[in-house]
Design a protein around this ligand. Structure first.
Ligand SMILES: [Zn+2]
Length: 315
């Protein structure tokens, strides 16, 4: 960097570190959704230096490491296109580069964020401490199952601020049981006053909540990050071609790709037909074959952001 007047340097964007809803296995929580059904909803891409391991690779003892992770970035695509389950390659460099990244750029994934109030409870229960103690947390997740449960509670019971949510974490992947309580502790005016005061003084801004779902970059920044990740994909091909020199016809590759199960295809994006006829494809055949034999992983219910190996990396 060249010298310049420090007063002319553009301010760096800094985000507060969010205190998130993040429960240990077996831990319970009693939450009040003070913002009701009004959540931040954003699509983001997960970028990795190496593709996520297949179930077969994990079964063989390999582990995803934090070093393989690059970051989460907000998708620049139009909402109506993303809601239709499509990629918006015209507006989002991440969407455009999914195929070229060979599994390193994830499809846009919907995430949710809101301020919530947590009532402190006696250990392992949903019973509040006396006197009532509260804290403000950001509930940030990309878990369609949690979304469906909260939506279901709202559809069944109406206003989400009329009940507390009683939550128990059932495993190490932040899989929760979520039950509405018959009432809310905020029916007490004293408790509501404490809750409101805590919220007014400590609530996260929309910008801070959004930062919990992914880094916000403009098209130029997105292009730069997408290219960086694609370069990892290209380097891997170069390394592989030095180590492995089998003569593989394209026919097995075609078969392997046709036999690929649904889920890995959905994660990796649409198959790029141009890749299949490109010269380096021969070296990819063993990889593709391995993928084809892999059973579909249960990705949908895993909260990537709260996986132990990735905890805190994108917040
Ligand atoms: Zn995108």
């Amino acid at each position: 960097m060249a010298r310049q007047a420090i007063t002319d340097v553009k301010d760096e964007k800094t985000f507060v570190k969010l205190d998130k809803v993040n429960l240990k296995p077996g831990e319970t929580a009693r939450l009040f959704l003070i913002e009701g059904a009004d959540w931040i909803v954003e699509y983001s891409h997960e970028l990795r230096k190496k593709p996520r391991l297949t179930q077969a690779e994990k079964a063989a003892g390999a582990q995803d490491t934090p070093e393989d992770y690059y970051g989460s970035y907000l998708c620049l695509g139009k909402q109506e296109i993303l809601e239709a389950g499509e990629l918006d390659a015209g507006n989002c460099p991440f969407c455009e580069s999914i195929a070229a990244s060979k599994g390193r750029i994830g499809r846009p994934r919907r995430g949710y964020a809101a301020n919530v109030i947590r009532f402190m409870t006696t250990h392992g229960t949903h019973d509040p401490l006396t006197p009532i103690q509260v804290s403000r947390l950001a509930w940030v997740h990309k878990d369609g199952k949690k979304y469906a449960e909260i939506k279901g509670i709202a559809n069944t019971w109406g206003d989400l601020t009329k009940r507390d949510l009683l939550i128990t974490n059932t495993n190490q992947f932040q899989a929760y049981t979520i039950q509405p309580s018959p009432n809310t502790l905020t029916e007490s005016p004293e408790v509501m006053a404490l809750v409101q005061q805590t919220y007014d003084q400590q609530k996260y801004s929309d910008e801070d909540l959004t930062s919990g779902l992914g880094n916000a970059v403009d098209a130029e920044g997105a292009r730069r990050h997408a290219d960086a990740v694609v370069s990892y994909a290209n380097n891997v091909i170069a390394e592989t071609s030095q180590q492995v020199a089998p003569v593989v016809t394209q026919q097995p590759v075609m078969q392997a790709m046709q036999n690929m199960p649904q889920v890995p295809v959905a994660q990796a994006g649409p198959i790029d037909m141009s890749v299949m006829s490109a010269p380096p494809v021969a070296q990819e055949a063993p990889v593709m074959a391995a993928v084809a034999q892999t059973p579909a992983p249960a990705v949908a219910s895993v909260d990537v952001d709260n996986m132990p190996s990735l905890a805190g990396l994108d917040s």
